[in-house]
Design a protein around this ligand. Structure first.
Ligand code: ZN
Length: 196
């Protein structure tokens, strides 16, 4: 009996030592793999960093907000089919707001006309399509379009135009946008207008 117990005890001890040897064997392998993992991490970090800024500012195209002074702002359009701002924030204290568009390019209105048309963002595309159908004589804005909250005339290089409107008109169920209705321009020339 005593001998058998001893054999069993030895056998168990051998198994335990064998198990502990096996379990300790993979341990050195894990730290060996770790260095390659830490090498990969710094390589991924710079790749994701440049992606973050564009995602944080969707639709702004990196342009600033319009500078507003005394319930008015002046924005620019150029020969590269660009406004110089991405958004206009109208102070809630204003009753009326005036937008002046300065065409800082040199191309004529027939080739590079710019205007500012304000609609609900959800109406922008349809108003643009109907404006293009209305044609150059209508300034690419459909006459008496109830979806148009305000719009300037169409101007060419070196010219300016402006429009004033009641701020209450853009305090409803927005969001609201402004865009250029010259054919093909709205995809590049648009921005948000809001009241804060
Ligand atoms: Zn334009």
């Amino acid at each position: 009996m005593n001998i058998k117990m001893t054999v069993l005890a030895v056998a168990c001890a051998l198994v335990l030592s064998a198990c502990s040897d096996n379990s300790s064997a993979p341990a050195p392998a894990a730290p060996a793999a770790a260095p390659s993992a830490t090498v990969a991490t710094p390589m991924e970090a710079p790749a994701t960093m440049p992606m973050a800024p564009p995602a944080a500012n969707p639709g702004t195209n990196g342009k600033p907000a319009a500078v507003v002074t005394d319930c008015a702002t002046e924005i620019e359009g150029n020969d590269a089919i660009q406004y110089n701002v991405s958004s206009i924030v109208v102070p809630a204290s204003c009753q009326e707001f005036k937008i002046t568009l300065k065409h800082v390019g040199t191309l004529p209105v027939t080739a590079m006309g710019h205007d500012v048309v304000i609609t609900k963002t959800s109406d922008m595309k349809a108003v643009d399509v109907d404006g293009i159908a209305a044609g150059a004589a209508a300034g690419y804005v459909k006459p008496d379009d109830s979806r148009v909250i305000a719009h300037t005339s169409l101007v060419g290089g070196g010219e300016s135009t402006s429009v004033s409107f009641a701020v209450s008109k853009i305090q409803g169920d927005g969001p609201y946008s402004f865009f250029c209705s010259f054919p093909g321009h709205s995809a590049l020339m648009n921005g948000s207008i809001s009241v804060e």
